[in-house]
Every structure is written in C-alpha cells, then in structure tokens.
Design a protein around this ligand. Sequence first.
Ligand code: NAD
Length: 436
Amino acid sequence: MKDTQLKKAEGKLGVLVPGMGAVATTFIAGCLLARRGLGEPIGSVSELGTLRVGKQTEGKIARIRDFVPLASLADLTFAGWDIFPDDALEAARHAGVLEEKHLALVADELRAIKPMPGAFYPEYVKRLNGTHVKRASSKADMVEQLRDDIRTFKRDQGVARTVAIYCGSTETYLERAACHQSIRDFNRGLLTNDPAISNTQLYTWACLHEGVPFVNGTPNLAADFPAGLAFAREQGVPLAGKDFKTGQTLMKTILAPGLKARLLGLNGWFSTNILGNRDGEVLDDPASFHAKEVSKLGVLEQILEPEVHPNLYGTMHHKVRIEYYPPRGDAKEGWDNIDLFGWLGYPMQMKIDFLCRDSILAAPLVLDLARFIDLASRANLSGVQDWLSFYFKSPLTAPGLKAEHDLFVQNAQLKNTLRSMMGEEAITHLGREYYE
Ligand SMILES: NC(=O)c1ccc[n+]([C@@H]2O[C@H](COP(=O)([O-])OP(=O)(O)OC[C@H]3O[C@@H](n4cnc5c(N)ncnc54)[C@H](O)[C@@H]3O)[C@@H](O)[C@H]2O)c1
C-alpha cells in the first residue's frame, strides 16, 4: 500500500547550511548551475539514480526523482550561517574548489547569499578566529537568536518547508555528558552555559524547536544523545547523520564488504591523507582530529565482525591519519595500505592511491540529503532516519542497534525504503520465482 500520508513536494524548499565553506558553496553553486543546465549533478542519487520496480521480467526501471515526490532543483532556496562575512561567491573563491569559469556563470546568485552571523564559542574550533559572530548572554539566548534567524528566513523567502544540513567545521571531540540525558537537562545546560554543549548542538536545538529536519554532515555531537533524540521525536522532526561518507571511507566501505564476502583475512589497514583546505587546517588540531578519527575507525569493525571471525579479523591493526598540507587545497590524496592474507595464511598487499576532491564528492550528498530528509518529513517520519546511512561515515541508529556500514546494504536499504513509501514491494534478490 502506498503511504497515503505522503504529502506532495509543493512550494519552495529552504535549505539552511550552518557553515558556508567549501562543501556548502560547492553544493550551492552546483545546484544553481545544474538547474540552468550549465553543469551535470554527477554523483547525486536523487538526480541521476534509478531503481527497479516489480519483478525483473517486468523491465520497469524508474528514475528516483520521478518515482518519489522530491523537491525540484528549481524549488531550492539557499541560506546559511558562517563566522566569516564572505558571501557565497567569495567563500567559494576562497575554498578554491570550483573554477572561475563555473563561478562566473552564477556569480550574481552566489553574491546574494550572505551568511547570517554564526553562533560561535571558539573553544570548540581552536584553529579559527571568527569575526562574524553573534553576541549572546547565554547559550539559551544563542539558540533563541538562531530560531529568530530561521523564522526570518522562512518569512522573507516564502518557503513552504525548510531543512538544515550542518556543514560547519569539525569541533573538538565531546563525550555525552549529564546535560545530554533529557530535554530538561539540556535546557538547563543552555541556561548555565554547560561546556558540553557545543556550537553544533545550538544549531541543532534551534532547528528542532522550529520543526526543521536536521542532517549532520560532520563528526560533531549534534543530537545523537538521549535529549536530542527525545526532542526530535517530541517535535516530530526527522534527523540523520553523521559525517558525510566521501573519499577514503567511501572506498573502505566499498572494498571491505568484498574482502569479507570472500573471507579473506586482514592483518592491517593503514590509511593516511594529505589535504590543504580549511577543513584540513581545523583537523590539524588534535582534538578536532580525534572527533574525525572516532568517526572513521568504527567502519571496518562493523563490516568485518571480528567477534564472529577472530582468526580472520581479530588482530587487525587499523590506523587513520590526516595531514594538513596546504599546497593540495581541496584536492586530497588518500593512501591505503591493506595487509591481507588468503588460503593457508599466505600474505598479500593492496595499495590504493585515491586522488580525490573532497567537496566534489560531498556536494551531491548534500543535495540528496536535503531532498530525502524533506521527503521523510512529508512522510511523517521523525527521529533517526537510518535508511540514510548510505551517506554517512558514522550512521546514527536507534539506541541499541548497530550501525550498518556496508555501502551495498545501505544502498539496498535506501531503495527499499523509497519503494515502501510508494507502496511497492521490497526487492530481496531471492529470485526463486523466475525458476518455478
Ligand atoms: N568534504 C568532505 O568530503 C567532507 C566529508 C565528511 C565531512 N565533512 C565535514 O564537513 C564540514 C565542512 O567541510 P568543508 O570542507 O566545507 O570545511 P570548511 O572549513 O571549508 O567549511 C566549514 C565552514 O564552517 C564555518 N564555521 C565554523 N564554525 C562555525 C559556526 N559555529 N557557525 C557557522 N559557521 C561555522 C567555517 O568558518 C567554514 O567556513 C567539516 O566539518 C568536515 O569535516 C566534509
């Protein structure tokens, strides 16, 4: 049965991005170009993806954007916050991802997107000295100011719905604390300026208050604690995160399921990166790097299940490094050295050298997530949306559930969720009916 609750995607969709840096401006400029036919939205599942509907023999392949009601590119309206005053054109130039030949085509539209002053307590991002910041009497006051920004944006832009995709800098690693346990504890923490409440959490809380579906593209603690999950459910707001799955981790979750499926053993997986953008500069601070490291390390453990196969994966050494190297800018290079072993324990090695572009890989994810989290909201889904795990290094799940990291399982889950929203059967790949 089709989900009769699913509302149409009518009117404009406001897309708010806290953090108008490399990822956000590459995403915005790409959407502006694509909707005028001046660039191809490559890598976007919501633009280019297809899915099979019904039996293989029926031959029905649908475009995802025609199959489910999604906001059209033309209906997207962008705004954001940053701790520097550069408009989206200047920020994109500073990021150095897109070439002038692309930026010039949408320069006026980008210039018109000026960031709202950021909510910024510098102790969470030590390498940046923001100048375009709000003054507030407390963290509670800061949340109120952000809520005001959201309401003003909705009113001035006349959007029908709004979503937020967090693209701010990686913050220092934070553990869950007492203030994260309940909505009451969190509200008290806001009033008392609890140090366990970071900038990202202020944006998240403001969005939840305003009923804005929220996606966390960073490894930061945002709503992934009891108070955040309870507030999202209470407000009927869908959430997804965290940390966009792009370069090296994307490759890991493509490769590791294959090695595991063939039961090849692993002694070690050493990963290192060089990158020279602002994200790399922030990650040069060990506390911010630790937040990223935690997010990156969890991936292999879930895929390989060392507890089930101690002889194959029980002693695997997994190490991840990121080096800030300014000459590279956004053109990251990620190396992997994989020590594996096969039949009778004979050793082998595999080396991967991925010359990727961080923001070019992240931008289509932002587009898909903006559309899919809006879809979730129109389907009356609230709380954690684990069917969007496909997009994250460290997927959020319901408490007590293990995150799924295998890209192919995640892909099947995403597509089956879309099928089920439209009343179509899930595809199990059992295939026995074709032989009966
Ligand atoms: N590019 C990728 O492939 C990728 C993958 C996974 C995660 N991420 C994460 O996405 C985030 C953005 O990456 P990026 O390459 O665009 O970095 P960036 O440094 O270019 O952009 C981050 C922006 O956030 C701003 N900022 C910092 N604190 C803020 C605050 N409190 N309020 C408002 N703005 C704030 C900074 O001034 C900067 O402009 C980072 O946290 C990064 O780790 C990126």
